[in-house]
Design a protein around this ligand. Structure first.
Ligand SMILES: Cc1ncc(COP(=O)(O)O)c(C=O)c1O
Length: 411
């Protein structure tokens, strides 16, 4: 049996040793402030700008269209507030209402909570519903966008169920309806498993967080297409061309660029590896455990290659997580941020799952270090865990039979 089996790569990934190696010089010898003018600073600036060029090359944008941030959450915040406040500063056209934002009901809380705050501040926000597989309805999107819509924010891939939203079509529809509307996509879960070329997607803003693709935590980026109105949120120095104040985290930015470069270089091999492991879960888990519902798109090409999500009837996801942890497996129920709260996931309920079923959710997200043996280990152990928990569950219809069987067994 392996020591520990980590199946929560959507929560975070381990730092790739090659990334650490790229970062180390910037944590030791090259410590200058990249905004200063002397030689020590220029070394740091060189590293920072090389990282920007690398990422721009992979995103298919200009280096100056990348703003370095402290992670996915800050990138989302800057995208939403930055565009919303910039539009308010310009004011609505004569006779028009306050500016309007469109997003979806299954966004990460970094987007949803920011949208809710903007709503409290007087912006109008439309939350698009999703279908049973987590897809937005493009016709609804088209209806929602109007003259006052300044921003549309739809995630590229969902962190809980792996649904890949049709961003290319969505962005095209939005631009046809209102060419002044900025389109933001949260690509935090997508980098490393999907192509995130900004022109192919047709987006104006795109959020990235390095720790989801074997880079360091606490660093990210926001792509902002040239001439997109954006009001800075962190105020202070003139870093990042006056769009995000604060001395850049040079070593971590260098690490993020290295991690992204590796993700692209190993793109096909990683995706094939993830898909093989994930498909085994999709095929085998329902065959081994009764009363389980696979969640997310049935079409494997429309869900992230590394993502598996299901719901067990009659048990709580939290209880499964604890039992799995005791058996050496790290997994998640819904998103990491909502684990520990008894509220069922907003994503699963938006997809129409009944609350009791949504409470029994399990998310397994595989990574490049996982093996078939680890998946086999999980598949062998999980049926036992589920039946033990169900035997204790007051809602399990076969409980009395299970109890009778348990008392019949000699100790
Ligand atoms: C889809 C999505 N967006 C945003 C975030 C927030 O990113 P960060 O942890 O870098 O702040 C996450 C992290 O779980 C995520 O999965």
């Amino acid at each position: 049996m392996p020591k520990r089996v980590y199946l929560d790569h959507a929560a975070t990934t381990p730092l790739d040793p090659r990334v650490l190696e790229a970062m180390l010089p910037y944590l030791s010898d090259i410590w200058g402030n990249p905004s200063s003018l002397y030689a020590e600073a220029q070394e740091a600036r060189k590293g920072l700008e090389a990282a920007r060029r690398t990422m721009a090359g992979l995103l298919g944008c200009k280096p100056q269209e990348i703003i370095f941030t402290s992670g996915g959450t800050e990138s989302e915040d800057l995208a939403l507030r930055g565009v919303a406040y910039a539009s308010r500063r310009r004011g609505p056209p004569a006779g028009k209402q306050a500016s309007h934002i469109v997003t979806s009901a299954i966004e990460h809380h970094a987007v949803l909570h920011t949208a809710e705050r903007l709503e409290q501040e007087g912006f109008r926000v439309t939350y698009l519903p999703v279908d049973g597989e987590g897809f937005i309805d493009l016709a609804e999107l088209e209806r929602a966008v109007g003259e006052e819509t300044t921003l549309v924010s739809i995630m590229l891939a969902n962190n809980e169920v792996g649904t890949i939203e049709p961003i290319e079509e969505a962005a095209r529809i939005v631009k046809e309806k209102n060419r002044h509307t900025a389109f933001h996509t949260d690509a935090v879960q997508a980098v490393g498993t999907l192509d995130v070329s900004v022109d192919r997607l047709g987006v104006d803003l795109l959020s990235i967080g390095a720790h989801k693709f074997y880079g360091p935590k606490g660093v990210g980026a926001l792509y902002v297409r040239a001439r997109t109105p954006l009001q800075p949120q962190l105020l202070g120095g003139a870093q990042e061309k006056n769009r995000r104040a604060g001395t850049e985290n040079v070593a971590y930015v260098v690490g993020m660029a290295k991690a992204m470069e590796l993700a692209y270089r190993e793109f096909d091999a990683r995706n094939a590896h993830y898909r093989a492991l994930r498909d085994r879960l999709l095929d085998e888990l329902p065959a081994r455990v009764p009363h389980v519902h696979i969640v997310g798109p049935k079409d494997g090409s429309r869900r992230l290659s590394n993502s598996f999500s299901c719901c067990f009837e009659y048990i709580e996801g939290e209880a499964i997580l604890m039992a799995l942890d005791l058996e050496g497996v790290a997994a998640s129920s819904g998103s990491a941020c909502t684990s520990g709260s008894l509220e069922p996931s907003h994503v699963l309920t938006a997809m129409g799952l009944p609350q009791e079923l949504a409470r029994g959710s399990l998310r397994l997200t595989v990574g490049k270090g996982n093996t078939q043996e680890e998946i086999d280990y999980l598949l062998e152990m999980l049926p036992g865990i589920v039946s033990r928990l169900r035997a204790l569950s007051p809602t399990w219809p076969e409980r009395e039979t299970a109890e009778a069987e348990a008392t019949e067994k000699p100790l």
